[in-house]
Design a binder for this molecule. Structure first.
Ligand code: CDP
Length: 220
C-alpha cells in the first residue's frame, strides 16, 4: 500500500484538465504528472529516429528508453528542451495513435509510478484513475463540450505561435475522442467513484476550486 496521496484528473483532449491539474498541484505543493507529455515525447522521439508508427515493438522500445526530465516548465528529452516541440499538432496526432498500443502503454507504467513522491501527486491523463493510480484518494473526470474544447485548443495554438484552423481542430478533436474512447487498451472513461466536472461554462479558476473542495474532506 502506498500512502502518498494522489489526485487523478482524467478527461478528453483540450478539456482544460492540464491547466486545472497543474494549478491544483501548485496550490497543494504536490508534484504534477502530465502523462500525455510522455506519449508526446515517445511520438517525437519516434519521428526523430524515423520509426514507422506501425512498428509496435520499436515504439515500445522507444517508450521504455525515454531519457526525460521535467524541470518546472522545461521538458528535457536526452538533455534537449522540447516543451514547445511536443505541443505541435502533428506530434499530438502521432501520440494519440501510439497511445492505442499496449506495448507502449506498458513501457510507460513504471515511469508514471515514479512521480508519486511525498507530499503528494496530481496526475493528469486518460487512464490515471482507471489504470495507473486505481487507489487514488480523489478521482476527477473533467469534460467540456466539443465546441468549448475546440475554442480553447484554437486559442492555445495561436498563443504558442502555431497556425490553426477551427474546422481542422474540430475534426481532429472528434477523431481523437473516438480513438481515446474506442481503443481496446485503457480506454478513456470515468473511473469508478470519479467526480464528474463539466467545464464548458465555468472558468479554470472555478474548476480548480471545485477540485480543491472535493479534496479537503479527504485530508481531514
Ligand atoms: O492535448 P491532448 O489533451 O490531446 O493530449 P495530451 O494529454 O497531451 O496527450 C496526448 C495523447 O496521449 C492523447 O491524444 C491521448 O490519446 C494519449 N494519452 C493517453 O492515452 N493516456 C494518458 N494517460 C495520457 C495521454
Amino acid at each position: 500500500m502506498n500512502s502518498i496521496p494522489v489526485i487523478t484528473i482524467d478527461g478528453p483532449t483540450a478539456s482544460g484538465k492540464g491547466t486545472v491539474a497543474s494549478r491544483v498541484a501548485q496550490t497543494l505543493g504536490f508534484a504534477f504528472l502530465d502523462s500525455g507529455a510522455l506519449y508526446r515525447l515517445t511520438a517525437l522521439a519516434a519521428a526523430e529516429s524515423g520509426m514507422d508508427l506501425g512498428d509496435e515493438p520499436g515504439l515500445a522500445r522507444i517508450a521504455a528508453g525515454l531519457d526525460v526530465s521535467f524541470e518546472g516548465e522545461r521538458i528535457l528529452l536526452s538533455g534537449r528542451e522540447v516543451a514547445d516541440a511536443i505541443r505541435a499538432e502533428a506530434v499530438g496526432v502521432a501520440a494519440s495513435r501510439i497511445a492505442t498500443l499496449q506495448g507502449a502503454r506498458s513501457a510507460l507504467v513504471d515511469l508514471q509510478h515514479g512521480f508519486r513522491r511525498a507530499p503528494g501527486l496530481v496526475a493528469d491523463g486518460r487512464d490515471m484513475g482507471t489504470v495507473i493510480f486505481p487507489d487514488a484518494d480523489l478521482k476527477v473526470f473533467l469534460t467540456a463540450s466539443v465546441e468549448a474544447r475546440a475554442d480553447r485548443r484554437y486559442k492555445q495554438l495561436i498563443g504558442r505561435g502555431f497556425s490553426a484552423s477551427m474546422q481542422a481542430i474540430l475534426q481532429d478533436l472528434r477523431e481523437r475522442d473516438a480513438r481515446d474512447t474506442e481503443r481496446a487498451v485503457a480506454p478513456l472513461k470515468p473511473a469508478e467513484g470519479a467526480h464528474l466536472l463539466d467545464t464548458s461554462n465555468i472558468s479554470i479558476e472555478q474548476a480548480v476550486e471545485k477540485v480543491l473542495g472535493w479534496y479537503q474532506p479527504v485530508t481531514q
